[in-house]
Design a protein around this ligand. Structure first.
Ligand SMILES: Cc1cc2nc3c(=O)[nH]c(=O)nc-3n(C[C@H](O)[C@H](O)[C@H](O)COP(=O)(O)O)c2cc1C
Length: 215
């Protein structure tokens, strides 16, 4: 398939959305936990989390336009806090179901059967079943004029990763936590044949450090 912009524009709406959502490649699968000012919890799957910097530790989410109610966005803007919870193989189905548009007064935690985990002193709910969890504080919010999406930038206030995933140099082997990857809006993958490479240097050839880090 080879398409140019006029052909892309002429595609049937859902076909184009599926195609364009798939072409960014494998993405992270995360559940975003929030609560509104009245204590009503909310959970939504999001694949748009990207790393902005390590010091301070900043991550950005792209959120859909607010042409319909967006509970996660509203809650983050209202409370300033949210959680990021890696989706693991054991609960992919329940995680995916959080994308359904439940009414505001329905918590996706209860609706899909995922248990809330509240950490002392942190004002947003984590997912009990997730073993990799981040507590985030909103640091910046940019509505993007180009298409009405929202860039939500947060700082990692706390992180929880199983000891077995963290290697001596701080690098993280997500396969140990069974964290899945996402493609498009509907395909979940477990990593196969992972390979860890040494830091790339111009005067040295590529060096494999570990060819099966998930085994
Ligand atoms: C696999 C997958 C990934 C998604 N990623 C995002 C995303 O990155 N940003 C976003 O705004 N919505 C994303 N969505 C859609 C939200 O999950 C969906 O709009 C959900 O209803 C939002 O819930 P809320 O209104 O409670 O926030 C994704 C949906 C799926 C199925």
């Amino acid at each position: 398939m080879f398409l140019e912009s006029a052909e892309l524009a002429a595609l049937e709406r859902r076909y184009r959305a599926a195609l364009v959502n798939g072409i960014t490649g494998y993405k992270p699968a995360n559940l975003i936990g929030t609560v509104d000012r009245d204590g009503q919890s909310n959970l939504a799957i999001m694949s748009s989390l990207v790393h902005l910097g390590s010091n301070p530790p900043l991550l950005a989410l792209v959120m859909r336009p607010d042409s319909v109610p967006r509970h996660t966005l509203d809650n983050i803007l209202a409370t300033g806090h949210y959680t990021v919870n890696h989706v693991a193989g054991a609960f992919v189905e329940r995680a995916h179901q959080t994308a359904a548009r439940y009414p505001r007064e329905v918590s996706e935690f209860a609706a899909v059967g995922l248990v809330e985990h509240w950490q002392e002193g942190f004002p947003a709910p984590f997912v009990a079943a997730a073993s990799v969890r981040l507590g985030m504080a909103l640091r910046d919010h940019q509505p993007l004029a180009i298409n009405g999406t929202h860039l939500v930038i947060g700082e990692v206030l706390c992180l929880e990763v199983p000891d077995a995933c963290v290697q001596e140099d701080g690098s993280v082997d997500l396969a140990v936590a069974d964290t899945v990857a996402l493609a498009g809006l509907d395909r979940y993958y477990r990593p196969r044949d992972p390979k860890r490479m040494a830091y790339a240097k111009p005067d040295q050839p590529p060096r494999v450090v570990d060819a099966a880090i998930g085994d």
